[in-house]
Write a new protein. Sequence first.
Length: 201
Amino acid sequence: GAAVDPASGVLYVPSVSLPWVLQAVKGADADLPLAYFGDYIGESIRAPEGPQGLPINKPPYGRVTAIDLNTGEHKWMRPMGEGPRRHPALRHLNLPPLGWPNRTFVVRTPSLLLAVQEGPSVQKGFSRSQTAAHFFRWNRDPSLVALDPLSGNRIAKIRLPGNATGAPITYRAQGNQYIAVPIGGCSLRAELIVLRLPNER
């Protein structure tokens, strides 16, 4: 989800660019209002790859955009995550961060925009009842990123023990500011990580 600063009227929107290949499948259930529905092609749900395993679209693959709700102007955009910049075909280009195509969760404090990113996952079959998909998840660059909400410049990056699986929250207790981040899930141990911010922020 997004975050908003009601005082400045700025909306912070996470987004990804990740194409999928679907096929139209004729509906078998007469009770459903759709004659056709979209279904993934193949055994595993994953995006198509381009040359040498790189994405087929241009970066950034995951980003946060600050939008002025009063004017519609995009004030800034920042890629979220390093992306495949260390891929053998790209390493020599010394590219800036390209972003990972994974969901980003943001929360706005009076002085910071905090962002965490979900890790990659692939589908690994269905439950015996065929009512739920089973996913395998792994960690990739798990971190909490603090951005300047006015410029989008990165202020800090703190490594986490795992990627986020939901939105962070922030709260105060006994004069200290805390950030709680849910991590793990699926094939990884689910945990709630709580960090304390320095008192100056």
